[in-house]
Design a protein around this ligand. Structure first.
Ligand code: THU
Length: 132
């Protein structure tokens, strides 16, 4: 059974509740549907040594890889609770998503309004770096 976009968005929103964002106060959650139709989630985890913090997308991707997922079919990013702008993935996370994405991968971003936007990885990371 496929996971509906609404359910994926809810999973990212729930993951955001676990964010450890004491330094920025900006909580982010991410939820992935992998190539086997399974759900993986992550949240941002900050650190007193600021550069060591990790993004929600990185956590969700690590969870996917750990569980044997090979590709990102859809990923939803819930950012900025109480903020009006959606959290589009940062530059580093665009490259992280690119590693496991293809032209059909759907990247969903949203804030606390009822609307969301969908992007492809080519939208977010044109002329991307790859080794092959
Ligand atoms: N953050 C994410 O988790 N994902 C992004 O794509 C952008 C930024 C986090 C990192 C940091 O903990 C907080 O948001 C503020 O930058």
């Amino acid at each position: 059974m496929t996971i509906a976009n609404e359910d994926l968005i809810n999973a990212a929103t729930e993951a955001r509740e676990q964010a450890y964002s004491d330094y920025s106060g900006y909580s982010v959650g991410a939820a992935i549907v992998d190539d086997q139709g399974r759900l993986h989630v992550g949240c941002n985890v900050e650190n007193a040594a600021y550069p060591l913090g990790s993004c929600a997308e990185a956590g969700a991707i690590a969870a996917m890889v750990q569980e044997g997922g090979k590709r990102i079919v859809r990923i939803a990013v819930a950012g900025g609770r109480g903020k009006i702008a959606p959290c589009t993935p940062c530059g580093g996370c665009r490259q992280r998503i690119h590693e496991f994405a293809d032209s059909n991968t759907v990247i969903i971003v949203f804030d606390d309004s009822e609307e969301w936007q969908e992007y492809s990885i080519a939208d977010l990371l044109p002329a991307s770096f790859h080794l092959d």
